[in-house]
Design a protein around this ligand. Structure first.
Ligand code: ARG
Length: 471
């Protein structure tokens, strides 16, 4: 099999540029070298590649496979390479295919023989799986922090608006009044579940492949559990074939990221509606909007629209990884090199979207007057009217019918339910008393839903209190 050069045999590594020259009588075709190279993408893994290599060198030394001097030379070389890379002084060579072989080749240039011993008992198959897991673990920690930050900002904004009444919608039509805080706390709940999904994903990401080598394990007595512990992994993987091949952990991340992106997209859809002059519920900070090159009055919610748009990329990336995986027999196949562009892109896009959303939530300016005015139209209190009748003994279905007729009357006259004179209401049902007007105010309607999970200011204040502890 061409290019399957990772046998764990230390003698296979010839001098630059080819790592598998021994078996081959022809050099790699130029096109094939370009087609198979991944260094432009996977060089992002350099930090974690070096981290993994240092742990592997330590394990080889502990197993008596490497001398302490060789191990020290390797570690010194790897640290020097990290500095070169971070200073932009490292020469990435596409002829060396990927990040792993670029770093290893440079290591050998820097420390000689010892560098050639590093790949003992290891393959790029367990190496790349390790790198990606370490990399993703860091990104997951970043996502956790960004999500928590966003959740904190939602709670802060909500705590200022427990009395702000807005129309609650179903089918985008006026349904029942809700508090703005309750709406924001709905977003908070979605974010909280997203964070749980990422935390859960992290548990399965945080497993060490090292020691699995190409597919079957290694003949060297590496303490796999010690390597795992050194790298902060919770465990060593239980099956070498599985861990070098499956990318389900990356797929899980992309799935959780897609869901989070879908949530952000929904919120942004609402922001786009709310910021239009027809709604005017909120104003976005100028710093988060852009203007139009032709229409001087425009202040467009582009950032919100882009967040909504990015969800498409994230869903696409998830799909790409699922399809990438589905046809693969055990164990490692080169298909898996294609896992990185979608994975990296999803992590980048998600982090950007979270940052953008936090910025928006921190600086958003709600207009409680506009929200209340919007809640006044569309008969948002009709259910409260019906509930009033039920409390006076009318079966709900009959109450529904009576209020329906009241709404028709109000529509005909172009007034609200509360503006219908009492005599007209009394004609609809003898159960209606003058106190009905108290039951059908916006504030009365929200205050009446005072239970766990409800929209009443008191209930939402309690939810906010609990939410602060969940941060
Ligand atoms: N660049 C490869 C990847 O990302 C590394 C593993 C290559 N292994 C191999 N046997 N060709 O998957």
């Amino acid at each position: 099999m061409a290019n399957d050069g990772d046998t764990g045999n230390p003698d296979e590594d010839n001098a630059r540029p080819s790592m598998w020259g021994g078996r081959f009588s022809q050099p790699t075709a130029e096109f094939v070298a370009r087609f198979t190279a991944s260094v432009d993408v996977d060089r992002r893994l350099y930090h974690h590649d070096i981290q993994g290599s240092i742990a592997h060198a330590n394990a080889l030394e502990a197993a008596g496979v490497l001398s302490a001097d060789d191990r020290d030379a390797i570690v010194r070389g790897l640290v020097a390479i990290r500095t070169e890379i971070e200073r932009g002084e490292f020469r990435w060579d596409p002829a060396l295919e990927d990040v792993h072989m670029n770093i290893e080749a440079r290591l050998t240039e820097l420390v000689g023989e010892a560098g050639k011993r590093l790949h003992t008992g290891r393959s790029r198959n367990d190496q790349v799986a390790t790198d990606v897991r370490l990399w993703l673990r860091d990104r997951l920690d970043e996502v956790e922090q960004r999500l928590t930050d966003l959740m904190a900002r939602l709670v802060d904004l909500a705590s200022e608006h427990t009395e702000t009444v807005m129309p609650g919608l179903t089918h985008l039509q006026t349904a029942q009044p809700v508090t703005f805080a309750h709406h924001l706390m709905a977003w908070f709940e979605m974010a909280c579940r997203d964070r749980e999904r990422f935390r859960d994903c992290r548990r399965r990401v945080n497993v060490s492949p090292l020691g699995s080598a190409a597919l079957a394990g290694t003949t060297f007595p590496i303490d796999r559990h010690a390597v795992a512990a050194e790298l902060g992994f919770d465990a060593a993987s239980a099956n070498s074939l599985d861990v070098v091949s499956d990318r389900d952990f990356a797929i899980e991340f992309c799935a959780a990221a897609s869901l989070a992106a879908v949530h952000l997209s929904r919120w942004c859809e609402e922001l786009v509606l709310w910021t239009s002059p027809q709604w005017g519920f909120v104003t976005l900070p100028d710093a988060y909007c852009t203007g139009s090159s032709i229409m001087p009055q425009k202040k467009n919610p582009d950032v919100a629209e882009l967040i909504r748009g990015k969800s498409g990329r994230l869903i696409g990336n998830l799909n790409a990884l699922l399809v990438l995986m589905k046809g693969q027999p055990l164990a490692y196949n080169r298909d898996n090199q294609e896992d990185k562009p979608p994975l990296f892109d999803s992590a980048d896009a998600l982090c950007d979207c979270l940052e953008a959303m936090s910025g928006i939530v921190a600086a958003i300016e709600p207009d409680p007057k506009a929200m209340r005015a919007a809640a006044e139209v569309g008969f948002a209190v009709a259910t409260d009217f019906a509930d009033y009748l039920v409390r006076r003994g009318v079966p709900f279905r009959d109450a529904h019918e009576i209020v329906g007729r009241a709404v028709a009357l109000a529509v005909e006259r172009g007034i609200s339910l509360a503006e219908i004179p009492f005599d007209d209401l009394a004609r609809l049902s003898d159960r209606i008393g003058e106190d009905v007007y108290d039951a059908i105010t916006l504030d009365g309607a929200v205050a009446a839903r005072d239970h766990f999970g409800g929209t009443a200011p008191a209930a939402v204040r309690a939810a906010i209190e609990t939410a602060r502890h969940r941060l």
